[in-house]
Design a protein around this ligand. Structure first.
Ligand code: NDP
Length: 257
């Protein structure tokens, strides 16, 4: 039997990396509204605390954890915290991400290249690999990786970002194939252009480009973090049990036009 929307994720526990702002915050709000317990994991203590305060106004089962995706001990501590607090993790949303830009790919520093690939791709593999034995033991699990339009298109300005996000989709498909037998579904969400801290700069530093992008989006508006909530709830719920290895654009039609 399928539960009503507000109870869809009752008794489920989720970790949302980068859940202290932007798209991760939108996703956390959606999961909480479906009665999921959520741990938001971000680096910035103040952001974590103020986001938690906001979320707790409407939802009680929300906790924060100070977490650096690129630190092995931090990844272990996050999983231990979740297991000690709730005894299980049903849903992992690998959302934390960064970008670095350069005029052309060869002008990107090695450090920038490594930081982006480490954060956006390598850390997903490490965190997922540390958690998935628990899901295998539990006999179910939902893993949601956040890709991008740049998982589909190339970007001359953001080569490391594109490469990492392309990798996220192939990684998603590989894990989906491997772990279907454990009843673990692994899918990716590919957000379009979403108004967050990551894209804030464009509005002020390149307003013409910002408007050009708006004009190219069939929905004729930038996305909002809460636009990612519905798909995240769906992919976290039993309603998507036969969907695995999918990379789903949520982009106002940007990728089909
Ligand atoms: P934000 O910059 O608003 O959020 C990024 C989040 O990632 C923050 O919560 C940040 O936490 C966290 N984060 C970054 N590095 C680390 C790290 N090393 N360890 C832990 N947390 C980290 O951007 P968005 O919300 O836009 O981005 C979220 C995801 O969505 C990213 O993967 C991004 O690539 C993707 N995306 C965004 C699009 C957009 O148009 N905005 C489009 C397509 C994909 P803290 O501040 O504490 O460091």
């Amino acid at each position: 039997m399928i539960a009503t929307a507000d109870k869809l994720l009752q008794n489920k526990v989720a970790i949302v990396t980068g859940g202290n702002g932007g798209i991760g915050f939108g996703i956390a709000q959606g999961l909480l509204a479906a009665s999921c317990a959520v741990i938001i994991a971000g680096r910035d203590r103040k952001k974590n605390e103020s986001t938690l305060e906001t979320l707790r106004k409407t939802h009680t089962e929300c906790k924060d954890f100070i977490f650096d995706a690129n630190s092995e001990s931090s990844r272990k501590n996050l999983i231990n915290f979740a297991l000690e607090t709730y005894g299980r993790v049903d849903i992992l949303v690998n959302n934390a991400g960064i970008t670095r830009r350069s005029l052309e790919p060869d002008l990107l520093s090695d450090l920038d290249w490594r930081q982006v690939v480490d954060t956006n791709l390598n850390s997903i593999h490490y965190l997922t690999s540390a958690l998935v034995p628990n899901m295998k033991k539990a006999g179910s699990g939902k893993i949601i990786n956040i890709g991008s339009m740049m998982s589909i298109f190339g970007s001359g300005y953001a080569a490391s970002y594109s490469a990492s996000k392309g990798g996220v989709v192939q990684y998603t498909k590989s894990c989906a194939v491997a772990w279907a037998k454990y009843n673990i579904q692994v899918n990716a969400i590919l957000p379009g252009w979403i108004d967050t801290q990551m894209t804030d700069g464009l509005k002020t530093s390149a307003p013409v480009r910002y408007q050009e992008i708006t004009g190219r989006i069939p929905a004729n508006r930038w996305g909002r973090p809460e636009d990612m909530a519905g798909i995240a709830v769906f992919l976290s719920s039993q309603m998507s049990d036969y969907i695995t290895g999918a990379a789903i654009p949520v982009d106002g039609g940007y990728s089909v036009y």
